[in-house]
Design a protein around this ligand. Sequence first.
Ligand code: MG
Length: 302
Amino acid sequence: MKWATVQDHIGRQDYGIIIEHGKAFLSLPELARRMKRTEHFPETLLEAMQLGDQLLELAKNLVEEGKRTGIIDEIKVPLEKRQLLAPIPRTRKNIFCVGKNYREHVKEMGPSDPIPEHVMIFTKPPTSIIGTDAAIPLHANVTDALDYEGELAIVIGKKGKEIPPEESLDYVFGYTILNDISARDLQKQHKQFFLGKSLDGSCPLGPWIVDKTEITDPHALRIETRVNGELRQNGHTSEMIFSIPEIIATLSRGMTLEPGDIIATGTPAGVGKGFNPPKYLQSGDIIEITIEKIGTLRNTVQ
Ligand code: MG
């Protein structure tokens, strides 16, 4: 199922699933209310995710019952009547990001840069998150080297520590798309990546989360980034240096992962900095990141 957080025309937030091939939205709290099952459905997707795998089962049963009774047809809404927000508009902690996780990308960032021997981790703050179709601020007063990075992001669905690689996918709720917008000049100037990766609006996320029942192999997905229609990144998640099980095992070694935590898995080659001269983002640029089985995350630079 595709899990989304949306907003209506007066700013009320809701969450649920996207049905009818992306054309309609079904509110899960509303469906639960109509079936008198309110005790099971919290008010936000992040809270609902605290139910762990139970949530997937619960939603599946509700939807089946809703179809049978015809309630879904009564309460579904055309998606164009709702604005998609980031599926988790405000994470509880920073977003974890893996750096330099595709060989060709390591080379384009610096021809003599070594391939990392250990997973490289930095973070982005919750204030950087925006949804699909939201504008990415250009931040011309602080940077003139704003860049894009299309990435597959993991959403954790179960609390865990010391997670063995072979069990790691049991801890995943699903997958989404993340644009790791980076101010290259700040990234370089301040040594640590944090500031250059953390400007407001520098973490487009969405358009929704596809749960793990639909993506059984996260290393079998094509990932493409287009800027104004031009194909810039054309990668495949099988090309990661550190696999998702290795990433989850490494992060959870001594640090608890919790439902709703997000981990961006790194970007393939083709970022703006990799071109000569670099192709940094300009006002009006449209960035579209498409990942197989998930969809397209689309944002315009303000
Ligand atoms: Mg990145």
